[in-house]
Design a protein around this ligand. Structure first.
Ligand code: TXA
Ligand code: MG
Length: 340
């Protein structure tokens, strides 16, 4: 299938994979599925292709990209001085939603890492993503395939809504099974630092990195003017157009609170849905944080279809994958939190 504005390739067929590889080798940009969110890929060695990725997303130049590899050997093409902690982490979490920030090799285009001397690397679990990297024969830098600031795309339809006409092609695959972006860890820093929470949890990482610390920016608004370890955590992000507030409290209080706000909507847990009398969406069961993560970004996109003046989002607890969900919601709500 083809639209007038973008090549739509099938992830089920080798021909689609091969075509994506060819476009990428020639300096084009292609949206690809991964298990976390769709990515907008380009050769990590081609500064001009990377420039196109930043332009298509409207992404601030100071926010570096993640480089995706298909096989462990490929890491040596992009990083050097690999820390002693990496092999065990790679064995446990790769392929999967884990990203290691390492020392960058000169060969990586400087735009990829926004001028930093480090590079973020991950091996995705999605077979389609790894097949595309192999077909291209080069590591692929890929940020999430959304317009900068919008919720990340977890379906091919989300990508088309944001980037039709702005990328050379999209390779359509399955909906993303994880639903939030990878866990990002700075391994070279002492102690190692969790920069962005994801489906690989802080609890799991501490089995390998007992001294892991959680960067302040994960749960708080960075002070303006101060340098940050992960520039991507700086911005209002993942936000629906509807003004959002994050609400912390138990279900009984949440239901009472939103039912008193007639012009606003609620993004709630399944268990609360029947008792809410204002416009509403649910994003999963309260205690199934993997389900909440999987549904989160699609729900944030659907919030705007409710045409409400604002939306109150019920926050999950912060244990396990809950930390990743809470972290994204904080930014979707531009750090406006209501404690009941
Ligand atoms: O799951 C994912 O990681 C997805 C899929 C496509 O793989 N990609 C993704 O990319 O989320 P993006 O660009 O939306 O987020 C990259 C994050 C940002 O928060 C950025 O600041 C951080 O990784 N990052 C990248 N390189 C870094 C570096 N050298 N040092 C510190 N943080 C870095
Ligand atoms: Mg992103």
């Amino acid at each position: 299938m083809q639209t007038e504005k973008i090549d739509i390739l099938s992830g089920d067929r080798q021909a689609g994979i091969d075509r994506a590889g060819e476009i990428l080798r020639r300096g084009g940009i292609v949206a690809i599925p991964t298990e976390t969110v769709y990515g907008l890929a380009a050769s990590a060695f081609d500064d001009n292709a990377i420039k196109k990725v930043f332009e298509a997303k409207g992404r601030p130049q100071n926010n570096p990209l993640i480089v995706h590899i298909s096989d462990l050997d490929m890491i040596n093409e992009v990083a050097e001085d690999i820390p002693a902690t990496l092999p065990a982490l790679a064995k446990r979490f790769w392929p999967g939603p884990f990203t290691a920030v390492l020392k960058k090799k000169e060969t990586v285009a400087s735009r990829v890492s926004a001028g930093l001397d480090t590079v973020a690397v991950r091996m995705p679990a999605s077979a389609a993503a790894r097949d595309i990297i192999r077909a291209a024969g080069i590591p692929l830098a890929a940020p999430s395939a959304n317009v900068s600031g919008a919720p990340s795309p977890t379906t091919a339809a989300h990508v088309l809504a944001d980037l039709d006409g702005k990328a050379d092609a999209i390779l359509c695959g399955e909906d993303c099974s994880v639903g939030v972006e990878s866990t990002v860890v700075a391994l070279f820093s002492k102690p190692p630092r969790l920069l962005r929470p994801g489906a690989v949890t802080a609890e799991e990482l501490r089995e390998f990195l007992p001294d892991l610390i959680i960067d302040k920016a994960v749960l708080s608004e960075p002070e303006s003017g101060k340098p940050v370890a992960s520039p991507g955590m700086l911005y209002k992000h993942y936000a629906p157009r509807t003004e959002a507030f994050l609400v912390v409290g138990d279900s009984r209080d949440f239901i009472r609170f939103v039912n008193s706000k007639r012009d606003c909507a609620a993004l709630c847990f399944n268990e609360e849905f029947p008792e809410i009398t204002v416009k509403k969406l649910s994003y999963g069961e309260k205690n199934d944080k993997k389900e909440l993560a999987r549904n989160l970004f699609a729900a944030l996109r659907r919030v705007d279809t409710l045409n409400a003046q604002c939306v109150y989002i019920h926050a999950p607890d912060k244990s396990g994958v809950g930390l990743a969900v809470y972290n994204r919601l904080l930014r979707a709500a531009a750090f406006k939190v209501i404690e009941l």
